[in-house]
Write a protein that binds this ligand. Structure first.
Ligand SMILES: [Zn+2]
Length: 441
């Protein structure tokens, strides 16, 4: 494996001391070996003068299979958005369209400095996503979506409980730990309304036995919360907790509408919340109480959700939106820039159970690194690199990206994918998919 020298940057380490170090970052055998010391040379040299060198962003809630749906599901409420747009489009997916969608999503994520994601796919063709992750050099924890009940679920997405579990276990056996550990599996029951109690309880048990994550949605929208409560007699988070779906290995996307007892349950059980501010705003779902969650010690991280409801997969947008929304609720001193960047990096690593491997720049950690130019018009002048990263920078400032010690983008050029082909394939596959789904946008 080639050694990499990232030369002359400002290293924003996000380690426990929040150290900012000026100098070089050296990577050997896929791991960070030294920070701040002047290194002579290496097989690959990346110039980082004028740049912040940061741990790659980690997004804890993504749907790669929905990248093709960008712009095809705008301006709708959650349940209508799901039933009239997202489910019909997911049902119309083929192996080839899932592949095109995942390639588009991963390419966009890498170009924006995201090096790792937790992603929920659709019911079918999840193996295509794994192959894309493997080939692109991206790091991901991927789960096949599980749905064994619900109103208006297209037949292509409706599964029997046993089939859903069998297919999930087969994917877990094949892919968990693949590509030197870069690829991991998670169980991904869609949400309480599209899963039977039996399925959720089985997932809770299997996840503990197999030591894998559970990735699901919870308490995103008021109607959804009311339906869960009327079906189960419990608030959403309380219902999931009663089935064993809580704990350090559980990631709940959204958690916009919680009562005090649910908040306490999340804190007590150390359940992870994946906050998706753009998605929550665009679907009109509301604003999650992130400042209160952090006050109570809840583990919070960030995700763009899917392109069907965002429509970007851009961590800069999510960090900034999260911080600004909380300031609008609680005053300008809440969520300072450093805390926002922490949620976008080491916070995501903790949600994925990977905080010992990735999420900060420390000697011995796996080398997932983004180099971000801070000498742009919109970031100049900067006093504090962290402030510039959170409040000023944007995806086009990301110059180079390393994942697991492999350079996957250099000087804005993707090295493991042909960007033009990714866009052309996605455009063609997207049009064909919308036609198959019978949707008129
Ligand atoms: Zn989602």
């Amino acid at each position: 494996m080639k050694s990499i020298l990232i030369k002359g940057g400002t290293l924003v380490t996000m380690d426990s001391r929040d150290a900012i170090v000026r100098g070089d970052l050296l990577i050997r055998d896929g791991r960070i070996t030294s920070l701040g010391e002047t290194a002579q040379t290496a097989d690959i040299v990346i110039d980082a003068v004028g740049c912040a060198v940061i741990p790659g962003f980690i997004q804890s809630h993504i749907h790669l299979c929905q990248t093709l749906f960008r712009g095809a599901a705008d301006d709708r409420l959650l349940l209508d958005w799901l039933k009239k747009r997202v489910w019909p489009m997911e049902a119309a997916h083929t192996a080839a369209s899932v592949k095109a969608s995942a390639r588009l999503g991963v390419a966009e994520l890498i170009k924006g400095g995201t090096t790792c994601a937790l992603t929920m796919e659709t019911v079918n063709h999840t193996e295509e996503v794994f192959k894309v992750v493997e080939d692109s050099g991206f790091r991901a924890t991927v789960g096949k979506c599980m749905m064994d009940k619900g109103d208006e679920v297209p037949s292509a997405l409706h599964e029997e409980t046993e089939t859903s579990i069998k297919e999930s276990l087969a994917l877990l056996e094949t892919w968990h730990g693949k590509a030197e550990g870069r690829i991991r599996y998670c169980f991904a029951p869609r949400f309480a309304l599209s899963c039977t109690r039996e399925l959720l309880a089985r997932v809770a048990q299997l996840a503990r036995e197999r030591h894998v994550l559970v990735h699901t949605h919870a308490s995103e929208n008021r109607n959804e919360c009311a339906l869960v409560e009327s079906e189960t007699g419990l608030r959403n988070v309380a219902y999931l907790d009663s089935l064993g779906l809580s704990g350090r290995h559980v990631v709940l996307a959204h958690c916009v509408h919680l009562d005090a007892a649910e908040l306490e349950t999340l804190a007590k059980t150390r359940t992870n919340v994946a906050h998706c501010p753009s998605s929550n705003l665009k679907l009109g779902s509301g604003i999650a109480e992130i400042a209160s969650m952090l006050d109570q010690g809840v583990s919070v991280s960030l995700g763009a959700d899917g392109a069907a409801c965002n429509n970007r997969l851009d961590m800069f947008t999510e960090m900034r939106s999260m911080a600004l929304l909380q300031k609008s609720l609680h005053g300008p001193d809440v969520i300072p820039a450093k805390q926002a960047l922490r949620l976008a990096t080491i916070g995501g690593a903790r949600a994925l159970g990977l905080e010992k491997q990735i999420g900060s720049l420390e000697a011995g950690k796996q080398a997932d690194v983004a180099v971000v130019n801070l000498r742009s018009l919109h970031s100049s002048p900067y006093q504090d690199p962290v402030s510039a990263l959170v409040y000023s920078a944007q995806t086009s400032d990301v110059q180079s990206v390393v994942i697991d010690g492999q350079v996957v983008m250099k000087d804005r050029e993707l090295l493991t994918m042909d960007e033009r082909a990714v866009i052309e394939d996605a455009s063609r596959a997207g049009t064909e998919l919308i036609n198959r789904a019978g949707i008129r946008v």
